[in-house]
Design a protein. Structure first.
Length: 445
């Protein structure tokens, strides 16, 4: 019976544990043990397989750690504040332009300047007074931020996008359907367009109406940050110093190296080296930036490792093949569109629980690849399904950095609810288009 299949049971356990706020690392370990025991493996065999399979995402985990360190260094240089102040002087009072600009700048944070969510708690709180004066609905800002955090890795093969595409290509190849990293952007083009539709609807229609907020002190520990000082951020002095030039050089070096070597590890190392050599960050501060970088990205990196081990346990039990044979019989001779939609719902269910699209891919690829092959989907269509299924739920999940990051910035004055002002709006405006456009991609590719 399919419902008693070790894959199905363990994935249900995983999702339920995560939805009940059990940390994803514990949830993955427990689910792996459940899968192993139901698949006739002993505890010893299950744990050994889990640990042995963790190496499958070691490069990705190292990339996350190094990018976290690099992001902290970039934040310490102060270049992001200078950039925002420069832009604000050009767009005074232009609400829609400001929102789309936030979406664009956040998109850059995942590839050109790979700081991920690190910039949000630094830059967004001082802008809240400006948002208040323009009466901007912060749900629109949350949607713009989440769009930028997700769109860049879906379609752009650089920075976090290069990592995401690499995971998809690696896991598909490991599960018997070879595909190159260069093909993934083609597969993800249609789903990414769904994200564009979602952010346009959110900004231009759903949250265009003005909303009133109270002006308040933004960060309590900064006792002198008043309404006036926060509101005049766009008029503040914006000298471009030597450290900013070296920071730009480090960013360019990281970007070029990742393109040349096809590795974010090489890119991050190049950027970090320049930051140290140029003394933008002193060697004596190395321990602090590593600790801060680990704090920001370490947990995600470790989730990637355990997710890879969990996927290995699923494959080792042999229950994936049983599930594929059972499910493929449901859709035998049926509609590929319905099959694709159902697979994406599974992806939504899993990612909502885990909270990370990157960590979801190794898990769903173990099931999706053989199933898609049995259902007649092409490699491009399979990549679109896996990539979209991984991205589904990343917006809207209370445990996702794509929602936690925006809330951390927008709730600095206590007027932005994580669930109703970030998770619900982003779930509606991004997961629904991803379901629709992902299904279309799977059918037409």
């Amino acid at each position: 019976m399919i419902l008693l299949n070790p894959v199905v049971v363990s994935v249900l356990v995983l999702a339920v544990l995560c939805l009940f706020r059990v940390h994803v690392i514990f949830a993955l370990i427990i689910s792996a043990i459940v899968a192993g025991l139901l698949g006739k493996l002993s505890i010893t065999e299950t744990v050994s397989t889990l640990i042995g399979g963790m190496g499958g995402q070691s490069e990705t985990a190292l990339s996350y750690i190094l990018l976290g360190v690099f992001a902290v260094m970039i934040a310490l240089s102060g270049i992001l504040e200078k950039l925002v102040k420069l832009i604000l002087t050009k767009i005074k009072g232009k609400t829609l332009l400001l929102l789309f600009l936030i979406a664009g700048l956040t998109n850059i944070s995942g590839n050109l300047i790979p700081v991920h969510i690190a910039f949000i708690p630094i830059l967004i709180p001082p802008l809240l007074i400006l948002f208040n004066r323009l009466k901007i609905d912060r749900r629109a800002v949350a949607s713009a931020l989440t769009f930028g955090l997700k769109f860049n890795y879906l379609i752009i093969p650089a920075g976090y996008g290069l990592i995401f595409h690499g995971i998809i290509a690696t896991e598909m190849t490991n599960n018997g359907m070879p595909i190159s990293v260069g093909q993934i952007p083609i597969a993800m083009l249609i789903p990414a367009l769904g994200m564009v539709v979602g952010v346009i609807i959110a900004i231009l229609f759903s949250y265009r109406k003005q909303r009133n907020y109270k002006d308040a002190v933004i960060v309590e520990k900064e006792e002198h940050k008043t309404e006036e000082s926060a509101a005049t951020i766009e008029q503040s002095e914006s000298k471009f110093e030597k450290k900013h030039i070296f920071t730009l050089l480090a960013i360019v070096a990281a970007f070029v190296c990742q393109l040349i070597f096809g590795s974010m590890v090489a890119g991050a190392i190049a950027g970090i080296a320049i930051m140290f050599i140029s003394r933008v960050v002193l060697l004596k501060d190395g321990e602090k930036v590593v600790q801060d970088g680990m704090h920001m990205m370490g947990a995600i990196a470790f989730v990637m490792l355990i997710a890879s081990g969990y996927a290995t346990v699923l494959k080792e039990t042999g229950s994936v093949e049983q599930l594929v044979n059972g499910v493929s019989s449901w859709f035998d001779g049926g509609s590929q569109m319905i099959a694709a939609f159902m697979l994406l719902l599974v992806g939504l269910f899993i990612t909502m629980g885990i909270g990370t699209s990157f960590g979801t891919v190794p898990i769903i690829a173990a099931v999706f690849v053989p199933l898609c092959a049995a259902l007649g989907f092409s490699p491009l269509a399979t990549a679109a399904l896996i990539g979209t299924a991984g991205a589904l739920g990343d917006a809207g999940s209370p445990a996702s950095d794509s929602t936690l990051g925006p809330t951390a910035g927008l709730n600095a004055d206590g007027q932005h609810d994580h669930i109703w002002d970030t998770c619900v709006p982003t779930f509606i405006h991004f997961n629904i288009p991803l379901l629709i456009f992902g299904t279309i991609a799977a059918v037409v590719l």
